[in-house]
Structures are given as structure tokens and as C-alpha cells.
Ligand binder design. Structure first.
Ligand code: CA
Length: 479
């Protein structure tokens, strides 16, 4: 069966699965609510459902326990903005120039272009109420803000990071920045307007999300995009949070743990809002990180994966990833095939019905697939023949199929090799260089590398260069 057939089948099955899981009655009741919870720079090992005991994450674990865990859940970018651009559009971000973290200078076109449709823009025609909470990082340029992209409401930061103590956020906008990295002091925005806030930013985002849920009514479905900037730097936690982890000796790891725990506490309040309003049974909840942990920068832990945020190893690309979907996903499921954040959009569009699907642009096919038929075991084939990544500025790419991953650094400066992920999750043995057990095995590895190279080169033919300058702390007015 071709990938196109599977995608088509997925859409059909998605409707059936979504309908089967919902109570009969009001027409809108068949449209599930959608909650996407995104962590920022969270380590693969730093959630309870991946075995963390150092940092308890009971509420994130609840999503996993009541739904499905994806041990091979990927993102399409190794750093924040590209990953988010892929997630929110369901398309490889390299197709539309969002290949790098953008400058935050609002005088430069710098985000996801208007020629792409975001999940919010696809769900609005299906009657959804929408809100974006937290870190945007998909355009500070006028016209690229949440309120311009199908979100009825928004609260958070447009940039890539901010000080976690809201009292320190004193600048109205980028024009008031006078120091390097001064844009970390820009005020949060509510519905596009800078607002003075007080408190711990992670808490503010959790509370805004819970408040949005409490204001919804059962007759109108909602899409809530809750994109934390935690536990991205700067490493800042509350005194109460630090006290919970006084037993962790390393002060940086202690702070990181407190930041993750604050996010988990907040997710608990958001899930409680779903419970209290009766919305939980008709709400799809995704949880994932936008990229792997940057280890040295924020004291995260990607074990047993090799590498860190930004690079080409699994530690950059494979993330904690779970989905709760009452009526569709059997609680306690572990889904072993590789999936990718690009699948979120396709899954949601299929579940939301024909109006959302009709809003898709015919010349912008989704790269992700509807996961519902795979999770309901309507089909046992893997969702993807292959997954791809590109690092434009490093002239590097990676591709994986169900078993092997090929990393190619064309300038010769970075990692390169073929790895058998089914036996070597830590990517220790490059099959193209390691002593081969036999001439046949060596020839097989070479043939596999050639096959994956051909797939990646075909994929890259449709990609474009980055559409904007890179992120820099030194970008400031007049420079
Ligand atoms: Ca990130």
C-alpha cells in the first residue's frame, strides 16, 4: 500500500474512530476538543513515564497512563522554532523556510509564512474556539502573531524565551530593548497587548490554560495550544520549588527539576479543569517536548539517547511523547512504531471532520498522518516509511526507516554514519565503519545507506532555504 493510500485511509478511519468514541447527541459533540501541551527542551529521561524517579511528573504520567506512550516519538526540528513550525502546520518546516530559530526583530519577516495553514486556522472553519498560551516563537513580525493565525485568544511571549519572574518583564516591546538578550525582559502579551504580570511565568501559563477550559461550553469544541517555555533556560525556579528538590546536590539540576515540577503541577491543574467541566472524555490531549534536552545548558537528561538539542543524534530529535484520547486509545498502550509531531495536525484535522479537512490547502499536502487507525489497530503497518531531518546551516541531514538511521554531514565536520536503532538506541556503532562480521553484512550496510540517501535526496528536492535571519541575542533596535 502506498503512503498516499494509507494517508487517505487514515482520514476515513479517523472519522469513524472519532465518531465511535463520542457520545451520540448534539452534532458538535462528535468534534473532540484538542489540547496540545508542549514542553521546551525537556530531556527524554526526565518524565516519570520514561522512568525518572528524580523528578516526579505524576500529571504528565497520567496522560501517558490513560493513553498511549510513543517511545519513538519524534519532532521535525532539533531546536525550538523549526520544531514548532512543523507541529503547528503538519508539514516539514523546511518546505517553507522555517528551518532555523528566527531573529526576534519584529522589523524582519521572521516566522511561519501566511502561505501555510496552522492547526488553529484549519479548526476555525470547523467551529472551534481557539487559544494559544505560552511561547510562540513563530513570528514577531506584524501579521504573524497568534491573533493573526486563527487564535481567538492568546497569552504569552512572542519571542523564544523570557525571564520566569513576571515582575522582571518590564519592556513593552522590542523597541525598548537596550542590552544584549534584553528581549528576555519583554512583557507578556494578552491578545496582542503587552500586560504587566506578577508571579512565576509557568504558573501564569497553566492558570490561563485552565481558565480558558473553564470558560468553554460543551456545545462548542476548543483547541488549546499550551506551549510552555519551561524548562528552557534561564534556569529560574521559585523558592518553594527549589525546597522540594533540596536533596539534589547540583544546584543547576535542582533548579531544572523544580522547573519541570512546576510545569507538571500546572498540567495537573489543566487536567483538573478538564475533569471538573466534564470535558475530559471528549478531549484529545497531546504531550511532548519541542526538542531534546540541551543537557549542559539546562541540566536535562536524555538517557539512554546520545546527543542533545540541536544536533543530529536521537537526543535532539526523539522526545517524551504521549497522547490521551478517550474512546479511541486504550489506556496503557505503548505504540512502538516511530511517529512524529507532524502527525498531530493530520490526526486533529481528521478528528475534527470535513470542514477542517476542506480548509487544507490543496498545494500544501500534510507530511504527517492521522494516527487514529494505527492506534486502534485498524492497520498494523508503520505510519511512516521514513522520517527526515535537515540542518541547513550545517549542510547536514538525517533519515530513518523502521530500523536504520543515516546521518550525513556533507561538509565532513559533523557526525556521519548508519545506525541500527532497533539494536543500538544510543547510536554507538556506525555500521559503515565498524568491523563488519562478514562481507555480506558490509555490503548490506552500504546498500542500506545508499537507499536511505536516495530517499533523503528525493525529499530535499522540494525544500527551500531559510526565509529569515537566525536568532541572536544581539539583535536590538538600531543594530
Ligand atoms: Ca526548545
Amino acid at each position: 500500500m502506498t503512503r498516499g493510500c494509507i494517508a487517505f485511509l487514515s482520514l476515513l478511519c479517523g472519522f469513524a474512530a472519532a465518531s465511535a468514541g463520542q457520545p451520540a447527541g448534539h452534532a458538535e459533540a462528535s468534534k473532540p476538543n484538542v489540547l496540545v501541551i508542549l514542553a521546551d527542551d525537556l530531556g527524554y529521561a526526565d518524565v516519570g513515564f520514561h522512568g525518572s524517579r528524580e523528578i516526579p511528573t505524576p500529571h504528565i504520567d497520567r496522560i501517558a497512563a490513560e493513553g498511549v506512550v510513543f517511545p519513538q516519538g519524534y519532532v521535525s526540528g532539533a531546536v525550538c522554532a523549526p520544531s514548532r513550525a512543523g507541529l503547528i502546520t503538519g508539514r516539514y518546516q523546511d518546505r517553507f523556510g522555517s528551518s532555523r530559530n528566527p531573529t526576534v526583530n519584529p522589523n524582519v519577516p521572521n516566522g511561519v509564512p501566511r502561505s501555510e495553514r496552522m492547526i488553529s486556522e484549519l479548526l476555525k472553519p470547523a467551529g472551534y474556539r481557539t487559544m494559544a498560551v505560552g511561547k510562540w516563537h513563530m513570528g514577531t513580525f506584524p501579521g504573524l502573531h497568534p491573533q493573526d493565525r486563527g487564535f481567538d485568544e492568546s497569552f504569552g511571549l512572542l519571542e523564544g524565551g523570557c525571564d520566569y519572574f513576571a515582575d522582571n518583564l518590564t519592556l513593552n516591546d522590542f523597541s525598548e530593548v537596550t542590552t544584549d538578550w534584553g528581549w528576555y525582559k519583554i512583557k507578556l502579551r494578552r491578545n496582542g497587548v503587552p500586560v504587566s504580570s506578577t508571579g512565576y511565568v509557568t504558573d501564569l501559563f497553566s492558570d490561563a490554560a485552565a481558565d480558558f477550559i473553564r470558560r468553554q461550553t460543551p456545545d462548542t469544541p476548543f483547541f488549546l495550544y499550551l506551549a510552555y517555555n519551561a524548562p528552557h533556560g534561564p534556569l529560574q525556579a521559585t523558592e518553594a520549588g527549589l525546597a522540594r528538590f533540596a536533596h539534589i546536590e547540583d544546584p543547576r539540576r535542582r533548579t531544572y527539576a523544580a522547573m519541570v515540577a512546576a510545569m507538571d503541577d500546572g498540567i495537573g491543574r489543566v487536567l483538573a479543569a478538564l475533569d471538573e467541566t466534564g470535558a475530559a472524555q471528549r478531549t484529545i490531549v497531546f504531550f511532548l517536548s519541542d526538542n531534546g534536552g540541551p543537557i549542559a545548558d539546562n541540566a536535562s537528561n536524555n538517557a539512554p539517547l546520545r546527543g542533545r538539542k540541536g544536533d543530529a543524534w536521537e537526543g535532539a530529535l526523539r522526545v517524551p511523547f504521549a497522547l490521551r484520547w478517550p474512546g479511541v486509545v486504550t489506556p496503557g498502550t505503548v505504540y512502538e512504531h516511530p511517529i512524529i509531531a507532524l502527525d498531530i495536525c493530520a490526526t486533529v484535522v481528521a478528528a475534527a471532520g470535513p470542514e477542517a479537512r476542506a480548509a487544507l490547502l490543496p498545494d500544501k499536502p500534510l507530511d504527517g498522518v492521522d494516527l487514529a487507525p494505527f492506534l486502534t489497530q485498524a492497520t498494523s503497518v508503520p505510519p511512516h516509511d521514513a522520517l527526515y531531518w535537515r540542518w541547513f546551516d550545517d549542510d547536514r541531514y538525517a533519515v530513518r526507516d523502521s530500523r536504520h538511521k543515516l546521518i550525513v554531514s556533507r561538509d565532513g565536520a559533523g557526525p556521519r554514519g548508519l545506525f541500527d536503532l532497533s539494536a543500538d538506541i544510543a547510536e554507538r556503532t556506525d555500521l559503515l565503519r565498524a568491523p563488519s562480521p562478514s562481507p555480506e553484512a558490509e555490503a548490506e550496510a552500504e546498500a542500506e545507506a545508499e537507499r536511505l540517501t536516495a530517499l533523503a535526496e528525493a525529499w530535499m528536492r522540494d525544500l527551500v532555504p531559510p526565509a529569515y535571519p537566525p536568532l541572536s541575542g544581539r539583535w536590538r533596535p538600531g543594530k
